[in-house]
Design a protein around this ligand. Structure first.
Ligand code: ADP
Length: 223
């Protein structure tokens, strides 16, 4: 599903070149449930941004679902993101002036699905994350855990093959974190690949494979 071959990425900072990812090789198969761990500054976000086609890389090859992802135009990158990927963030990234149903429906708005249809589908996805009764509520009326479930429903509505989650439980208490992880587990059972960046051992222990990064190299592949 995901194949990184000798991926390198550096940033130019003044006179200095900071090598953030150093000829990194990594394979993640369809249906895996993995976490990526590593100290702050080890390159986790950079790696996630490359795999999520949010950022480009300097050298190597990234193959996503048999497609070479390299030097894509903004339009092509957006196309592959919509086609294959879903995103969940630590801070939920919901629109505060929209209710839960409208937030979940948002990706379908960009696909030009009409309002009635997209709200109908959004309700199905809200139901799936246990929040059908909260459809009319705005994010500020919901708990952190509920907001994250709305965000997961929004990620699922595009029928992604892979979901990338960057510290998805970072803003949640332990019990709520466990509930969110249980939901990821259920989603994964349906065959969707899940890749979670976390610095919490309790979270990575709930995934099937832990990939450890240090100073831009993979220290351990988790198998
Ligand atoms: P992590 O997510 O593991 O904390 P990051 O991928 O965010 O690590 O960052 C890795 C290194 O790259 C850090 O030293 C960070 O300061 C640097 N870095 C990240 N993004 C940029 C950027 N846009 N410009 C310059 N340096 C960056």
């Amino acid at each position: 599903m995901i194949e990184l071959k000798k991926i390198s990425k550096s940033y130019q900072i003044g006179q200095n070149k900071l090598e953030v990812l150093k000829s990194l090789d990594l394979s993640i198969a369809q249906g895996e449930f993995v976490s990526i761990m590593g100290p702050s500054g080890s390159g986790k976000s950079t790696l996630l941004n490359i795999m999520g086609i949010l950022d480009d890389y300097d050298a190597g090859e990234y193959i996503l679902s048999d497609t070479l992802i390299k030097n894509l135009s903004q339009k092509k990158a957006a196309y592959y993101r919509n086609q294959f990927l879903g995103f969940v963030f630590q801070s939920f990234n919901l629109l505060h002036f929209k209710n839960a149903m409208e937030n979940v429906a948002l990706p379908l708005y960009y696909q030009k699905v009409n309002r009635k249809k997209r709200n109908e589908i959004a309700l199905e996805y809200l139901d799936r994350v246990g929040l059908k009764d909260w459809a009319e509520h705005t994010p500020s009326e919901m708990s952190g855990g509920q907001q994250q479930r709305v965000a997961i429903a929004r990620a699922l509505i595009g029928k992604p093959k892979v979901i990338f989650a960057d510290e998805p439980t970072g803003a949640l208490d332990t019990q709520t974190s466990n509930e969110v992880m249980d939901l990821f587990k259920e989603v994964n059972k349906e065959g969707i690949t899940i890749i979670i960046v976390t610095h919490e051992d309790e979270i990575s222990e709930m995934t099937d494979r832990v990939i450890r990064l240090r100073d831009g190299v993979i220290e351990s592949y988790g198998y």
